[in-house]
Write a protein that binds this ligand. Sequence first.
Ligand code: SME
Length: 156
Amino acid sequence: MISKGTKQEQYASVLPQIRALIEGEPDLVANLANIAAALKEQFGWFWVGFYLVKSDELVLGPFQGPVACTRIRKGRGVCGTAWAQAATLVVPDVEKFPGHIACSSLSRSEIVVPLISKGEVWAVLDVDSDQYDQFDETDKECLEQIVGLVESGVRS
Ligand code: SME
């Protein structure tokens, strides 16, 4: 397999791509769809996508990967917990996360980053890997930076 560089190098490469893709484009779904595609292409993760807050639930939004659960309640699973806590969650082994929602039995580790505007979570970015322990502080910082582009661009 051809190496794509370190994780930092990969984020350094994908970040300007994402910025260019969404700059000047006000359509939320288009931007979330392109971000999911760019991240999947760069990192080859098992599943990358967004859930959008609609009333009292998260509802599946643009994603790349196998079919996934459509609706998640606040406080349920990794996504619903990241929403309730308004904080990024890094889960090295999903089987050890109480209440983890297994959309696929192949998922092993996960990171969920909330998108926040005016103090309210309005969506989450969910990334799943089929390998254990794939996400760390670098992913947290870089994915928070990426969702920050959407937060400042689309929802301002
Ligand atoms: N595992 C997530 C559900 C979403 S799927 O992974 C795409 C969770 O526990 O919230």
